[in-house]
Design a protein. Structure first.
Length: 275
């Protein structure tokens, strides 16, 4: 069940019930008994002592482990889908043997990356849908994208979907940290403060070593100050004085908060599981 550092295996779960922040309960209810496959991406960033779920969203550029995991998914998903659909009598009513499959999930978990990976692997074609490291890249339901010849399989990319109302604030913060909600809608400073709380709660003190802190702390301003100094995040601010305007160089705390979030999402603060 776990993706170990040197064993690139991926768990594909069918009709699985996992009460995680990243699962949309409305989608789970709508799927019902329909055959579907749950794909867990970026499991290599999870804490091996906890559940094998993803802490990062989507596919980080240059992340070899994430690329390897996605290729493992691509190798397994086509035969698994063919078997799943082939064993269901309700899908044998038409003469056509092609499969049309909808790819759904919360924003920024790698739906488009999965489609492109399948297309490259089975058709040797380039990417057919745009990808990015933030939610909202896919804005509409696109046309069918062929990803395999035998069996003839088409996938339909969709925009990420979240429940219209989140159950609690903490669930929303976890989704925001994973990139399912745009940072500016929540506020990088608020997210950074919650991230520090979450890391301390799980005794994940990788940030202490990375930013050169003397010890763990719960003061986000102190942490962001060290981040700004370590990353060289400075800004020039114009100060109005009685003798004229003076440009003063100050620490850029918003930029430091963004760096703190980016380090977490890239796994540079350790392998952390939020759920």
């Amino acid at each position: 069940q776990y993706l170990l550092p040197r064993q690139r295996t991926v768990t594909l779960l069918s009709s699985a019930h996992i009460p995680l922040s990243g699962r949309n309960p409305m989608l789970q209810e709508a799927l019902g008994i329909r055959p579907h496959i749950l794909v867990l991406n970026k499991m290599d960033l999870a804490d091996p002592r906890r559940q094998p779920v993803s802490t990062g969203a989507g596919l980080a550029p240059g992340h070899r482990a994430a690329v390897t995991a996605l290729l493992c998914v691509s190798l397994q998903i086509v035969p698994l889908v063919a078997k799943l659909v082939g064993n269901s009598p309700r899908y044998h009513r038409a003469e056509s043997t092609e499969y049309s499959i909808l790819v759904i999930g919360v924003p920024n978990v790698g739906k488009s990356s999965l489609i492109n990976s399948l297309r490259r692997l089975h058709l040797k074609k380039g990417k057919a849908t745009a990808v990015g490291g933030e939610p909202g890249i896919t804005k509409a339901v696109l046309t069918r994208i062929q990803v395999c010849e035998k069996p003839l399989m088409y996938l339909v990319d969709t925009p990420g979907v979240l429940p219209p109302k989140l159950g609690d604030v903490e669930t929303g913060m976890k989704l925001a940290l994973c990139g399912a909600i745009r940072d500016h809608l929540v506020g990088e400073d608020i997210m950074a403060d919650y991230l520090l709380y979450a890391l301390n709660k799980r005794q994940q003190f990788g940030y202490v070593r990375r930013y050169g802190l003397a010890e763990a702390c719960d003061d986000i301003e102190l942490v962001l100050r060290r981040v700004a100094l370590a990353q060289g995040r400075m800004q020039k601010v114009k100060v109005l004085t009685g003798t004229g305007n003076v440009n003063v160089t100050m620490l850029n705390y918003p930029a430091a908060a963004y760096e703190f979030l980016r380090d977490f999402r890239a796994g540079r603060l350790g392998r952390v599981t939020l759920d």
